[in-house]
Write a protein that binds this ligand. Structure first.
Ligand code: ZN
Length: 77
């Protein structure tokens, strides 16, 4: 366990995760929204399109891509 700064809200917390407990809930909601959006919009190829389509901040989308939380899509970063 490490003392970390949440990548999402900036608060300090102790965990093995990159985000605090509150933000884990938000991350999960965002990931399911993005997954649905990807399912329904074949041909999405950029994180920017995902951000525009879902209203989710691009830095969060890039973080989900970096830690492989999103389905395997061919994104041009
Ligand atoms: Zn947080």
């Amino acid at each position: 366990m490490e003392f970390k700064k949440c990548l999402r809200c900036g608060s300090f917390f102790i965990s093995d995760n990159d985000v605090c407990c509150n933000c884990q809930v938000r991350d999960r909601a965002d990931i399911s929204r993005l997954t649905n959006f990807i399912d329904e919009n074949i041909g999405i190829t950029s994180a920017e399109d995902l951000s525009i389509g879902t209203g989710i901040a691009i830095n969060n989308i890039n973080r989900f891509i970096a830690n492989n939380s999103l389905p395997n899509i061919d994104l041009k970063l």
